[in-house]
Design a protein around this ligand. Structure first.
Ligand code: ADP
Ligand code: ADP
Ligand code: MG
Length: 679
């Protein structure tokens, strides 16, 4: 076995590989770009070498730099992860030339499977079933059109060198073929530098089912069963599971043996995935009628490999390391068994409600479900993540933030566990697909395993623009959270012997009943709320004119049990400036609340002097000298006790002077700015 390897990747997969290495006492070397200097994968490895600028072409794709880093640090082998250099046969060859082991298949196997058309010619020879289509060398447009006509529409034009869902065009009728061909070729030459295409019958309502295979240097092969990756957007996987629902023993063996035949045909070594498109002519209820066709082979570890690990109890990275170091496969086909059911959800920084637009930003809150650590035993909930709280999601790399993998005795159990784990995933700072994934998980099609690649468009009505936490609960949660914070501040003030005007603000208690008004913003719409403390101490909340009793209690894990009228929820709430991010078991939402009373800040202001209500840091000013401001308008944000507090104008006026700069520490009572009040 190796004693030290270099990991030529970043993010979650680099951390994932490092975890197995740590368990096997193999030292690790990370490489990193400028943007990744402080990233988690660097911390996860024993050593790290800077290899260049943030763009992949300046760092993670510079293989001469990576090989030099491996040589300089005494690594014996390089693990390429997925993406980047993992399917680059020149890199694999360059490693060998430098006396380093490339942890992956031989360059010849990468090359044979690298082009979809060439691989299909090879698979045809190995008797692996293919999608009816044309994958010849002749690229004459008239010939391609004739082939498409012969296959019958709809057809799919695919860039032979394509990947990641790019370079594909579905064509419904003969008249559209020429234009689609031209546009596909344009995208192919731009994205992959090669405009060769192949044509396939467009399979209706297909499933994507792939087989994990493994080979060693002694010519042994096994398959580690299948993964169903039918839930896709833009031909990219969103949820993956193993085993495939409805899979029969007979079909599993047929597909497994076809995948092994594919691997054998190219003298494959290491981890690989043979992807099949599966036709369901009998519909969802007749899985025994499923027919499978070879689509492509991915000559690397796949993003979704953890579901296979969960059902087989094997560590596929350990297998890769053993095979690459010259050991035989750790087990034989008959030793492999399927245990239970596993599902992976890809958590991405993107906005599903805006056409999955990728998002960048900082992970201000990054709360994950409680996991069993990555171990080979039953990992009921596993998170593979390449980021930590406060890390940025930069525009340089892909938008995947983490993978959430659940395991259960049955598919139902795994589904329920996935929904709970997603509910416990609290991300604040950028848009994510977490709630969308919950909607997919609980949709009728997914729950009933009616799987095909059109699941997302078919269920669109329940997947997009869903709101599971309404305005009343969001407002109640926001008010309850505010009361809890103020109570904590009041106690803090007492302990430290301060005279804290913020704490004194709940002085209404001594005056019996009192009211407090809020201006709300929910989904871009304005609303109002009125909070009332009754003479008997009871709490009442009126939202848009509807009044009900409010009750709350602090419960374990920093959550609040909030009851408002007939509604009840366990709430986790995070405030970022004026925005409250509300997470409940039902869903998540955001609400903006401007507290008219807090903004009046009566204790801090005398004749236009605006003072700090507590010792802390000035985060920002929302105004500059000369600005005309309205009563209640936000003027500055202060931070104290890890919370942000907005300082608002007590009355209409004009900002005369700012007395501090953002970042300054201020003492309690320090004058922050001067306001010229309108009399
Ligand atoms: P497929 O190629 O069949 O879509 P995957 O879904 O496993 O297989 O991977 C999607 C594609 O995007 C692959 O080409 C993979 O190399 C790349 N990819 C996915 N996630 C990442 C990532 N986090 N970093 C780099 N490349 C990635
Ligand atoms: P990539 O290299 O981008 O992963 P694939 O050939 O693996 O390309 O195809 C990606 C996805 O496109 C598949 O998972 C499937 O959803 C869809 N697809 C591919 N071929 C067909 C086909 N012949 N008919 C219908 N859908 C297809
Ligand atoms: Mg693919």
């Amino acid at each position: 076995m190796f004693t030290k390897i270099l990991i030529a990747n970043r993010g979650e997969i680099a951390c994932r590989v490092a975890a197995s290495c740590a368990r096997l006492a193999i030292k690790t070397v990370a490489v990193y770009s400028d943007a990744d200097a402080a990233s988690k994968h660097v911390a996860a490895c024993g050593e790290a070498v800077h290899i260049g600028g943030s763009a992949p072409k300046d760092s993670y794709l510079r293989w001469e730099k990576i090989i030099a880093a491996a040589k300089a640090t005494g690594a014996q082998a390089i693990h390429p992860g997925y993406g980047f250099l993992s399917e680059n046969e020149e890199f694999a060859q360059a490693c060998a030339n430098a006396g380093l082991v490339f942890i992956g298949p031989p360059p010849s196997a990468i090359q044979s499977m690298g082009l979809k058309a060439e691989s299909k010619r090879l698979m045809e020879a190995a008797n692996v079933p293919l999608v009816p289509g044309y994958h010849g060398v002749n690229q004459d447009a008239a010939l391609l059109q004739a082939e498409a006509d012969a296959i019958g529409y709809p057809v799919l034009i695919k860039a032979s060198a394509g990947g990641g869902g790019k370079g594909m065009r579905a064509v419904d009728k003969a008249e559209d073929f020429a234009a689609a061909l031209a546009s596909c070729k344009r995208e192919a030459i731009n994205s992959f530098g090669d405009d060769a295409v192949l044509i396939e019958k467009y399979v209706q309502r297909p499933r994507h089912i792939e087989i994990q295979v493994f080979g060693d240097t002694f010519g042994n092969y096994v398959y580690l069963f299948e993964r169903d990756c039918s839930v896709q957007r833009r031909h990219q996987k969103v949820l993956e599971e193993a085993p495939a629902p409805g899979m029969t023993e007979h079909l599993r063996r047929q597909m497994g043996e076809a995948a092994v035949a594919a691997a054998r045909a190219v003298k494959y070594v290491g981890a690989g995935t043979v992807e099949f498109i599966v036709e369901q002519p009998g519909g969802y209820d007749h899985p025994e009628a499923m027919r499978f066709y070879f689509m492509e082979m991915n000559t690397r570890l796949q993003v979704e490999h953890p579901v296979t690990e969960a059902i087989t109890g094997q560590d596929l990275v350990e297998w890769q390391l053993r095979v690459a170091s010259g050991e035989p496969l750790p087990c034989k086909q008959e030793d492999l068994k399927i245990h239970g059911h596993a599902i992976e959800a890809r958590i991405c920084a993107e906005n599903p409600d805006n056409n999955f637009l990728p998002a960048t930003g900082t992970l201000h809150v990054y709360g994950l479900p409680v996991c069993t650590t990555f171990e080979r035993a039953d990992h009921a909930v596993r998170v593979d993540s390449g980021v930590r709280e406060f890390d940025p999601i930069s525009p340089f790399y892909d938008s995947m933030v983490a993978k959430l993998i659940v395991h259960g005795a049955t598919r139902e159990e795994a589904l329920a566990r996935l929904d709970t784990a997603l509910a416990q995933t609290h991300i604040v700072g950028l848009a994510t697909n977490v709630q969308f994934l919950r909607h997919v998980t609980t949709s009728a099609s997914f729950a009933q395993a009616q799987l095909d690649t059109a699941l997302i468009p078919r269920e669109a009505a329940v997947l997009f623009n869903q709101e599971k936490v309404g305005l009343p609960m969001a407002t109640a949660a926001m008010v309850a959270d505010m009361l809890v914070r103020e109570h904590a501040l009041a106690q803090h003030a007492t302990v430290h012997g301060w005279i804290d005007p913020w704490a004194q603000r709940d002085g209404w208690r001594s005056h019996g009943a009192s009211n407090r008004e809020f201006k709300l913003e929910f989904h871009g719409e304005p609303h109002t709320a009125l909070f009332t403390r009754l003479h008997d101490g009871g709490l009442q909340l009126t939202v848009d004119g509807h009044t009900a009793a409010l009750r709350y209690a602090q419960v374990a894990g920093g959550a609040l049990d909030v009851r408002y009228g007939d509604l009840r929820a366990t709430v986790h709430l995070y405030k970022k400036g004026e925005v409250a991010h509300v997470f409940t078991a039902q869903g998540a939402t955001q609400i903006v609340a401007i507290d008219a009373l807090a903004h009046a800040g009566e204790a801090q202001t005398e004749g236009g002097r605006l003072t700090a209500p507590m010792p802390g840091k000035v985060v920002s000013f929302a105004v500059k000298a000369g600005d005309v401001v309205k009563k209640g308008q936000a003027l500055a944000v202060m931070e104290a006790m890890k919370m942000e507090h907005t300082i608002a104008a007590p009355a209409d006026g004009t900002v005369a002077e700012l007395l501090f700069a953002p970042g300054d520490q201020v003492t309690e009572g320090a004058e922050l700015l001067k306001l010229a009040l309108v009399e």
